[in-house]
Design a protein around this ligand. Sequence first.
Ligand SMILES: [Zn+2]
Length: 391
Amino acid sequence: MKLVVLLGDGMADLPLAQLQGKTPLQAAKKPNMDLLAKRGRSGLAQTVPEGFPPGSDVANLSVMGYSPSRHYSGRAPLEAAAMGVVLAEGDIAFRCNFVTIVDGIMQDYSAGHITTEEGRELIEALQPLMPQRRLYAGVSYRNLLVLQAGAKAICTPPHDISDQPVADHLPRGPDAELLIRLMDAARPVLAGHPVNEKRIAAGKRPANAIWLWGQGPAPAMPSFAEKYGLLGAMISAVDLLKGIGKYAGLEVIDVAGATGNIDTNYEGKVQAALQALKRLDFVYLHVEAPDEMGHEGNTELKVKAIELFDEQVVGPMVEGLDKSGEDWRVLLLPDHATPIAIKTHSRDPVPFTIAGTGVSPDGVERFDELAAQQGGYGLVEATKLVGLLRE
Ligand SMILES: [Zn+2]
């Protein structure tokens, strides 16, 4: 039996006046997701347990069956794994965002989705400021800093404070002074850097500050093979998911042209997944775009991102699985909601559907937040989902 998780990051949302009271999932033309719901069994999943911040790190760990209370140690250590940065005893990894701050206000948590190449140049310029020079360039605005301090500092994700004064959200608690000193030291270096001068001249947002958050030591996680006896692969553009895949002992497959945004290489991801399933039992296919559109507060593009996920990922994957002649099952879901109204994540339960060999329909005919409430599975804890997929 081939098992596949198809995850559209942040797809869930709330009813919007702009969509005549519908959610983006309800408004989107998504015949393939609706057909899966019609063929399968639906429900609601609690992906973010009580007491944890609603984010892709906690939510995807839960969906993969790793209880966050036992295995979550922060976002950045997971991304470190994807970047090939090994964390030794005492190492604390930090996510280091490039951001745009204007008049003390967080204007953009992604510095206008700065390119990876531009980011790399800025990281080089900032390296001399960092203790032990352990600053690593990542994808677009997402970078990594490794320190031997700061584990207990209270830091805030920049995408949670869009359009708010940064002074109210600077790091607090133990070692906060060190983190603020590094963030302050970066400002003058970034302010005069040619990369930013060029961006400003082109009417783009400059990366005029760094923002440190999501820190922690290396997590301890049993492999997927140990947990489920399954050999599998992770397909995603973002380091967070690649890192979770690495710690779970999955094969991390890089797809050229996968950007982590709405212009990603959907077809390449599907082809890589179908190829991998010829020799593996399990594939986790993650698409980031709907979440990015949610953070931007762009309803039209969030609906578009959902439609592209349906047309270019869900449809072709099910077609490919049918053609393979193998028994198969698909788990379709978002990891969390990224409501347009708040431009960040919420911990509301998310809709999910399991369809395929041996799964009998429960009467639900559409895939969305409302229809899933009538689903045969009811409300389940997300760490149970892989178990239900295999049942
Ligand atoms: Zn997410």
